[in-house]
Design a protein around this ligand. Structure first.
Ligand SMILES: Cc1cc2nc3c(=O)[nH]c(=O)nc-3n(C[C@H](O)[C@H](O)[C@H](O)COP(=O)(O)OP(=O)(O)OC[C@H]3O[C@@H](n4cnc5c(N)ncnc54)[C@H](O)[C@@H]3O)c2cc1C
Length: 473
């Protein structure tokens, strides 16, 4: 495909689909987006959270953190989306500026500025940018099948909607999210697509709250912890919201009672760091705990070596790859994939191969890191030995947990390195390729620190859950 305008059909108006449409339409291509959920007019990001039903996006109201990489990508590719977010009251916060005195800051720390935002507000801003441009057709409808010529390398030439409409395309973009039906349709048409998928083995129980009118949720010092039988993270959102999530192993059926508000609250109140942090905001819950199961580290392989297995189609966002949600890498990668489509359309290598080359190395790395971290947690929580294949990753994790994270307050270099890799400003393993950081981390680990008690053990957690459920029965 060349730089001449192409007809694109994008399946799905989630984050990846909207971002693809925005950048491809601005590059001069003719874009139609088909979305199966309704896209109502909304006042602001808060109303998007409270009033926009998104039955096809199961994580819609679960906690999200937008990494600094998301903001960097928008600055480079679509700064007007940042303006729309600002107009909606979304704050930008730089943790280095907040934590380090001026003499210890560096110019490159500006890249660590993040957006304090829930997912619905972010998606609304992307949609509004498209609507302001007025170049892209947003259709509500369900893509039911691909128009294609079957064969060992199927050639996709459009989509069929459930109402019988056919849309022809030079390129179909699969942005249908983690439950995309497209790989299965392509296999049925003859493509030999491989999918790697490893379960995260976690179910998430997430809850957002709104702070009291005179309180402001505190972006800094957000606690997180591993209780040895579950772990938790905290989040700050737009419009005075904040949230927390428990990640519970799939094999622990008794802990599934955390789906009830009363048991969720009882556990949250007994984790000292979490209770102290949330206690400052005096908030009220916005909903009952939201549950997300079936979390996987997944990668679909559309190109093998230099050979695309399908012509006329690229996948972006979760439809191409997913990692453990608590890595908070999904949105940054969705935008990375999306913004790579328009340049790939201009490549002489063909859009499928050019897009693959633009995203593959990052996809592979984050998939491997997310998957091995999930395996290491399983060994730890189940008391299993670490197999030799994962020993190097276990050593890195030990260094991070015992030599780096406890010392962030006293070692600015650790703080900077951790923030940069968490936010994907640097590759997520960059920390372990810096000999100075590794050496200091080894020394720090050898010195050791007394670990504060993170919270109740499993027996106490079950007791709390049972009592809470009895009292509300
Ligand atoms: C519990 C949880 C927490 C997360 N937290 C974070 C976080 O903190 N930070 C982060 O960066 N990422 C996070 N993620 C990941 C993030 O949500 C995803 O990476 C992101 O939503 C991917 O966007 P997407 O556009 O690829 O897919 P989606 O947002 O799922 O969008 C897919 C779209 O396709 C539409 N669609 C599907 N099928 C069809 C069809 N047949 N026809 C028409 N339309 C269709 C759907 O309706 C939907 O609108 C989290 C994920 C989970 C599960």
């Amino acid at each position: 495909m060349s730089a001449t305008p192409a007809r694109l059909v994008v399946i799905g108006a989630g984050l990846a689909g909207l971002a693809t449409a925005l950048s491809a339409s601005r590059a001069g291509h003719d874009v139609v987006v088909v979305e199966r959920d309704a896209m109502p007019a909304l006042r602001d990001g808060d109303e998007a959270f409270t009033h926009w039903a998104r039955p096809s996006v199961p994580q819609w109201r679960l906690v999200h953190n937008l990494s600094a990489r998301v903001r960097e990508l928008l600055l480079a590719e679509a700064p007007d989306v940042l303006d729309l977010l600002r107009a909606d009251g979304i704050e930008e916060v730089n943790p280095i500026e907040a934590l380090l005195p001026p003499e210890l800051r560096r110019p490159e720390d500006a890249a660590l500025t993040g957006l304090v935002c829930r997912r619905p507000a972010f998606e609304l801003a992307l949609r509004r940018a498209l609507e302001h441009d007025g170049k892209v057709r947003l259709l509500v409808g369900k893509v039911h099948a691909l128009g294609l010529t079957p064969g060992a390398t199927p050639v996709v030439n459009g989509v069929l909607l459930a109402d019988g409409t056919r849309l022809d395309a030079d390129l179909v973009v699969d942005a249908a999210g983690r439950r995309t039906p497209v790989p299965q349709w392509l296999r049925e048409a003859g493509a030999d697509l491989r999918t790697d998928s490893e379960p995260c083995e976690l179910i998430y129980y997430s809850r957002y709250f709104r702070a009291a009118p005179d309180r402001r949720p505190d972006y800094l010092g957000m606690p997180r912890g591993d209780l040895g039988h579950l772990h938790y993270w905290t989040f700050v959102g737009d419009h005075r919201t904040y949230g927390a999530v428990f990640g519970v192993p799939t094999w622990d059926h008794e802990l599934r009672e955390l789906r009830h508000g009363a048991s969720w609250d009882a556990l949250a109140a007994e984790i000292p760091a979490l209770a102290a942090w949330t206690g400052r905001f005096d908030g009220t819950p916005l909903h009952e705990p939201q549950v997300m199961a079936n979390n996987h580290n997944t990668r679909h392989h559309y190109v093998v070596g230099d050979r695309p297995l399908v012509r006329g189609l690229v996948a972006v966002g979760d439809a191409l790859s997913t990692t453990n949600p608590m890595r908070a890498w999904g949105i940054a990668m969705a935008l990375t994939h999306a913004f790579a489509v328009a340049p790939a359309l201009a490549s002489d290598d063909g859009v499928e191969l050019a897009h693959h080359r633009a995203v593959e190395a990052q996809n592979r790395l984050i998939h491997e890191i997310s998957a091995v971290t999930d395996r290491l947690r399983r060994y730890r929580w189940r008391g299993l030995p670490v197999p030799p294949a994962d020993a190097a990753a276990a050593e890195e994790e030990s260094l991070l947990s015992h030599g780096v994270l406890p010392f962030l307050g006293e070692q600015p270099e650790f703080l900077r390195a951790v923030l940069r890799s968490m936010a994907l400003i640097d590759p997520p393993d960059a920390l372990f390729h810096d000999p100075a950081v590794v050496e200091r981390a080894r020394e720090a680990r050898a010195r050791g620190v007394a670990a504060a008690s993170p919270g109740p053990d499993r027996a106490r957690t079950l007791e709390l859950v049972a009592t809470a459920l009895r009292e509300t029965a």
